[in-house]
Design a binder for this molecule. Structure first.
Ligand code: ATP
Ligand code: MG
Length: 559
């Protein structure tokens, strides 16, 4: 059976939480949040963050909020919000009634900004973006103070109010924190807190023409929600002093604490939203739910299970240093989970017709076949057998090598769950390709080996031609051919041209006729497959979830 995810893992974040609890910080509460920006669909990297935040809340009997971090209107939309809600739920997590939108805090954030102005900690700056960049300094050189830094509180309040009222053009003024232009940390050199941006917001419409910056909005949203541990990825490490500075100036008690962990990087995969958007918008894939996408919706359509994704996230754990996780680990987790759950069936992808000459015409037998060899509770089904069958093209060779234990001239093979058959003759087309085999069957072999004790080593799968269901089968493979496409600006040059192969005439056994989207199967000897959304009644479409074995490991040859 699949191992349940360890309910009480340990890592450096949990160590920090434990230590805080011992010191009774935050009155013994643990409150986390998952804060996606609704400017794209969430992916396997976000799933890591989801599992971490919700997992910690569950482990410490705390809470985890789902917060849409929607303070930058550009590119945000309700479609993305809905997808995020659906995907986090599908991953198996529940936020109860704690669904929040940072955009609901705009008025409160504005009030916080006013307070910073009143205490002399923020000022309206009228430098242009270019001028501001020039005066910021470098890693080795201090920045220059803005000539507007010493505006009076009164003047700042007046200008900030008028910024809100829409009196100024975009970019004419910003609100900046008054910290330290000589700080060795560039983030602390009077960072911008608010900017003017005439961009309609998907929730607040054109109510606002000024929007708070991430660094200002995020920590205060955490504080407003009573978050204790604000877990984020490493790229925010340099922003932590600013997080703390803002919170110290504006929040009296129970201040949230930011903790950074290494984001997930996955081999043969890109996880940057910008790049995923590019793949979708430029039609390199067929949408956010294309089964080759590392998005949660893509993985769901592909046939990955929430359990497999959660197991993967538990397996990789959390660390403080960036690294690249091998995508074969994810595929392994999917295989493990489906091995437990998937019904075994037979489907022929590249059909070759076989006629059993000594099997009576018009006769059909039904064999009862277990749905799962190790799990009798999953029941059984009747599979028809008749005179004309399909087998897999590469289960026959005209001139096979010695070690080939399948069908060839003079050879015998067992049809899985059915009889032993023997090759008799073949028919070729004008091009010289084998199009039909003639065989004979041994009627004594349905329930056991041949009576005369002769050995038949190979076992192949098959379907009865008259009962077969014609299926479209989509063979998916990795989207990129190189290990770290995310590290390449020209990542599109490394798309795998063979990432999708469509087989229009697979033949599936009769039991798959009315299968429904989302059902998962093991096609014996071939891999795990999932019924796609494009399926019509009587016309199934299957996606290959993952092959039975990791073929890339062999190709890479331990590189
Ligand atoms: P961007 O900043 O480009 O919009 P993002 O990937 O950071 O994209 P967010 O919506 O800000 O997207 O992310 C929501 C949460 O998920 C954040 O806490 C972020 O740190 C986390 N997250 C995003 N990508 C990963 C990843 N690859 N691994 C782990 N956590 C991630
Ligand atoms: Mg982000």
């Amino acid at each position: 059976m699949t191992q349940p995810v360890n309910p009480s893992p340990t890592d450096f974040i949990r160590d920090i939480i434990d230590e805080g609890l011992r010191e009774n910080k935050h009155e013994g509460r643990v409150a986390t949040r998952f804060p996606p920006e609704p400017n794209g669909y969430i992916h396997i990297g976000h799933a890591k963050s989801v599992c971490l935040n919700f997992g910690i809340a569950a482990q410490y009997q705390g809470t985890c909020n789902l917060r849409l971090d929607d303070t930058d209107p550009l590119g945000e939309s309700m479609e993305y919000v809905q997808s995020i809600i659906r995907d986090v739920r599908w991953l198996g997590f529940d936020w109860g009634d704690r669904l929040f939108y940072a955009s609901d805090y705009f008025e409160k954030l504005y009030a916080f900004a006013v307070e910073l102005i009143k205490t002399g900690n923020a000022y309206v700056c009228s430098l242009s973006a270019d001028e501001m960049r020039e005066s910021r300094g470098t890693f080795t050189e201090a920045g220059k103070e803005s000539p507007y830094r010493d505006r009076s509180v009164q003047e700042n309040l007046d200008l900030f109010t008028r910024m809100r009222q829409g009196e100024f053009a975009d970019g004419a003024h910003t609100l900046r924190a008054k910290i330290d232009m000589a700080s060795p940390n560039i983030v602390m050199r009077d960072p911008v807190l608010y900017r003017i941006k005439r961009e309609p917001h998907y929730r607040t419409g054109d109510q606002w023409v000024i929007y708070p910056m991430y660094d200002f909005a995020h920590c205060l949203s955490d504080a407003l929600e009573g978050i204790t541990h604000s877990i984020c990825t490493l790229e925010f490490e340099n922003n932590r002093p600013l997080y703390d500075w803002i919170v110290e100036k504006l929040v009296e008690k129970n201040r949230p604490r930011q903790i950074e962990f290494a984001r997930l990087n996955l081999s043969y995969t890109v996880l940057s939203k910008r790049r995923l958007i590019e793949l979708v918008k430029k039609n390199y894939v067929q949408g956010w739910d294309d089964p080759r996408m590392p998005t949660v919706t893509g993985m769901r359509r592909r046939g990955y299970t929430p359990e497999a994704i959660r197991n993967f996230c538990a397996e990789i754990g959390v660390a403080k240093n960036d690294n690249l996780i091998d995508v074969s680990l994810l595929e392994h987790c999917v295989r493990e989970d489906l091995n437990e759950k998937a019904t075994r069936v037979m489907c022929v992808l590249h059909p070759l017709k076989v006629v059993i000459d000594n099997y009576p015409e018009g006769r059909t037998e039904h064999f009862e076949i277990q749905n799962h060899p190790q799990r009798p509770e999953l029941g059984s089904r009747q599979v028809p057998f008749s005179r004309v069958l399909y087998i897999e093209r590469d289960d026959f060779m005209e001139d096979p090598p010695k070690k080939y234990h399948r069908l060839g001239p003079g050879r015998e093979v067992r049809l899985r769950n059915a009889y032993v058959i023997k090759y008799e003759s073949m028919i070729k087309n004008e091009a010289g390709e084998v199009v039909e085999l003639h065989c004979t069957y041994d009627p004594t072999t349905q329930n056991g080996p041949p009576a005369d004790g002769r050995k038949v080593q190979g076992v192949i799968h098959w379907v009865s031609a008259q009962d077969a269901v014609t299926a479209e089968v989509r063979l998916y493979d990795r989207l990129f051919t190189i290990q770290d496409p995310g590290g390449e600006e020209e990542f599109l040059q490394h798309l795998n041209p063979g990432s999708l192969e469509i087989l229009s005439t697979g033949y599936a056994e009769a039991s798959l006729k009315d299968t429904v989207p989302g059902s998962q199967y093991q096609f014996e000897r071939l891999g795990y497959f999932c019924v796609d959304l494009d399926t019509q009644p009587g016309k199934p479409v299957f996606n290959r979830v993952v092959a039975l074995r990791d073929s890339w490991a062999r190709i890479a040859g331990g590189k």
